[in-house]
Design a protein around this ligand. Structure first.
Ligand code: ATP
Ligand code: FE
Length: 356
C-alpha cells in the first residue's frame, strides 16, 4: 500500500509518501515540509488568514516535490490521507480541498486523519512500537498523556489545563529578550545557570491525576524578573541564566512527576512490552529527555522518541496514520469535512480535546 499524505493544519505545509509492504517496516519514500515562520515573524504568532493563503499556494508544490522525490507517479498512490483537524480551519480546509481534487482526478479514496493521531502514531512508523503504549505529546500547542491502543483507540489520561510547555518556553524567552523559538534559547542559557537560585511553582502536583498547568510558571518568572530589575536596574547575564535554569527545572520536574503517575495508570493494563513514547518539539529538550528516561528506567518501561523532523509537524505521520486507518478498512469520501476541534479521545470533553 502506498499513500500520499497532506498536512496544513498550522504553519507548515507538507506532503509525504509512505509505503507499507506486508511483513515489512513502513517506509517513508518522500517527506517535504514548507514552513511559514518568515511569513508570521512580524506578527508574533501565526496569522490564520496568511497561513491559509500560503497553504493554498504551497500544497501543489509540496505534492509535486514529494512525488518527484519518491520516484513514483501520482497514479501509484492507493489513497490520499489528509489532516481533517484539529487546527486552524482555513489551513485544514485548504488541505481537504486539495485532497478531494486529487481523489476525484485519480479516482482513489480519501482518508481523513486526526492531526493528533498522526503525532500519536509516529512511534509505530519509526520504531514499530506495539499497542498499547503510553504517549506524551509535548509541543508548542499541546501537552497530553494518551494510552494508544489502536489506530483509532486513544484514552486521554490528562493534559495541560492552560498553556502548552513549548508556549511557556517561548514566552519565557520573550520575557528575557532571548531569540525565538524559545525552547532552544532557554535550554542554552540554562546550561550556565543555577537551577536552585529561583524556585518556581510546580502547579497541580498537590492534586491527583495527570493534568498539568504552565501559565502560572510564566507569571512567576515575570514577577521574579521584575523584582530583580526593580532592585538592580536590569538583568545580568547570570540572572538570565539562573532564571532559565529555574524555569526549565520546574518544567522537567512537573513533566516527570506527572509522567510517573501516567505510567502507573498505563501499567495497570499489564502491557507485555511497556513503552513510553514522546513526540512534539519540546521533546527535543535534553533535560526533559534525560528526566523522562530516568522515570522510565525506574518503572522498567522502554523509552522512545522519534527523530525531531518526525516529532514536529510533517506529512509522513499523516500518510502513516492514514495507512493504519485504510488498512483497517476505513476511508472517507467527498463529504469529508474540516474540523477545527476534534478530540482524540471520544470520551473526552470537547473543550479539552485539543489539550489547549
Ligand atoms: P503543535 O504541533 O502542537 O500545533 P507547534 O507546531 O508549535 O505545535 P512543534 O513544532 O512540535 O509545535 O514544537 C515547537 C515548540 O517546541 C516551540 O514552542 C519550541 O520552543 C519548542 N522547542 C523546540 N526545541 C526545544 C527545546 N530544546 N526545549 C524546549 N522546547 C523546545
Ligand atoms: Fe502538530
Amino acid at each position: 500500500l502506498t499513500l500520499l499524505g497532506l498536512e496544513s493544519s498550522c504553519d507548515d505545509t507538507a506532503a509525504a509518501i509512505v509505503r507499507l509492504k506486508d511483513g515489512a517496516a513502513p517506509e517513508i519514500l518522500a517527506s517535504v515540509v514548507h514552513g511559514q515562520t518568515d511569513l508570521h515573524a512580524a506578527f508574533g504568532g501565526v496569522v490564520p488568514e496568511i497561513a491559509a493563503r500560503a497553504h493554498a499556494e504551497k500544497l501543489d508544490i509540496c505534492v509535486e516535490q514529494a512525488v518527484a522525490a519518491s520516484g513514483l507517479t501520482l497514479q501509484d498512490m492507493d489513497a490520499i490521507a489528509v489532516t481533517a483537524g484539529p487546527g486552524l480551519i482555513g489551513g485544514v480546509l485548504s488541505g481537504v480541498m486539495c485532497a478531494k481534487g486529487l481523489s476525484a482526478a485519480l479516482n482513489i479514496p480519501i482518508v481523513g486523519v486526526n492531526h493528533l493521531a498522526g503525532h500519536a502514531l509516529t512511534p509505530r512508523l519509526t520504531d514499530q512500537v506495539a499497542f498499547p503504549y503510553l504517549m506524551l505529546l509535548v509541543s508548542g500547542g499541546h501537552c497530553q498523556f494518551l494510552i494508544a491502543r489502536g489506530p483509532e483507540d486513544f484514552s486521554r489520561l490528562g493534559g495541560t489545563i492552560d498553556d502548552a510547555p513549548g508556549e511557556a518556553f517561548d514566552k519565557t524567552a520573550r520575557l528575557l529578550g532571548l531569540a525565538q523559538p524559545g525552547g532552544p534559547s532557554v535550554q542554552a542559557q540554562a546550561l550556565n545557570g543555577d537551577p536552585k537560585r529561583f524556585r518556581f511553582p510546580r502547579p497541580l502536583l498537590d492534586r491527583p491525576g495527570c493534568d498539568l498547568s504552565f501559565s502560572g510558571l510564566k507569571t512567576a518568572l515575570l514577577r521574579t524578573r521584575d523584582s530583580i530589575i526593580a532592585e538592580k536596574g536590569g538583568l545580568t547575564i547570570q540572572d538570565r541564566a539562573d532564571l532559565c535554569a529555574g524555569f526549565q527545572d520546574a518544567v522537567v520536574d512537573v513533566l516527570c512527576k506527572k509522567t510517573a503517575r501516567a505510567l502507573k495508570l498505563y501499567l495497570e493494563e499489564n502491557p507485555s512490552q511497556p513503552v513510553l513514547a514522546v513526540a512534539g518539539g519540546v521533546a527535543a529538550n535534553t533535560q526533559i529527555r534525560a528526566g523522562l528516561e530516568a522515570v522510565c528506567a525506574q518503572h522498567r518501561v522502554a523509552f522512545t522518541a522519534p527523530p525531531l523532523a518526525l516529532c514536529t509537524d510533517n506529512a509522513a505521520m499523516i500518510a502513516y496514520a492514514g495507512l493504519e486507518r485504510f488498512r483497517a478498512g476505513l476511508s472517507d469520501d467527498m463529504t469529508l469535512s474540516a474540523r477545527p476541534r476534534w478530540p482524540l479521545d471520544k470520551k473526552a470533553p470537547a473543550l479539552l480535546g485539543s489539550g489547549k
